[in-house]
Design a protein around this ligand. Sequence first.
Ligand code: CA2
Length: 148
Amino acid sequence: MTPRIWLLNGPNLNLLGEREPHIYGHSTLADVESMCQEVAARHGLELFCHQTNAEHQMIEWLHAARKDAGVIINPAGFSYHHVPVLDALKMVECPIVEVHISNVHRREAEWRSHTITTVAATGVISGLGIQGYRYAVEFLAARIAGLA
Ligand code: CA2
């Protein structure tokens, strides 16, 4: 059976490329998703891509992903004080890579580095722009193949 991985993006990331390009770049979410589809296909993985502005929807997808092969999530605003998303992440049994496009540790606002979701992640990539998503797919492919 083809291993199934998920790419989940949280609130406002549907506007990627349109707002604050000096922080988040000019690429759109569609660009991110097609880049990740290409990498996933190269590794023989099936990739489900979703974005939501609604917390309950994110939780539903995390429940659906629970027993699949991997999750890549940019929780965006859900990274902060959203305990139900954290609880759902803790229920996921496969590896989780948390991705932030910007480096949350060197942003103007100190609170951005206090991501509560990260404790549930296998690892975190922050500050590598949209390439962070590509590396997350590469990591999951390696993990699924037993190489990482
Ligand atoms: O760097 C990231 O990827 C973030 O997760 C993006 C979140 C932000 O709250 C985190 O601190 C870091 C969402 C930023 C607001 O949404 C935007 C979406 C597209 C373009 C500009 C902002």
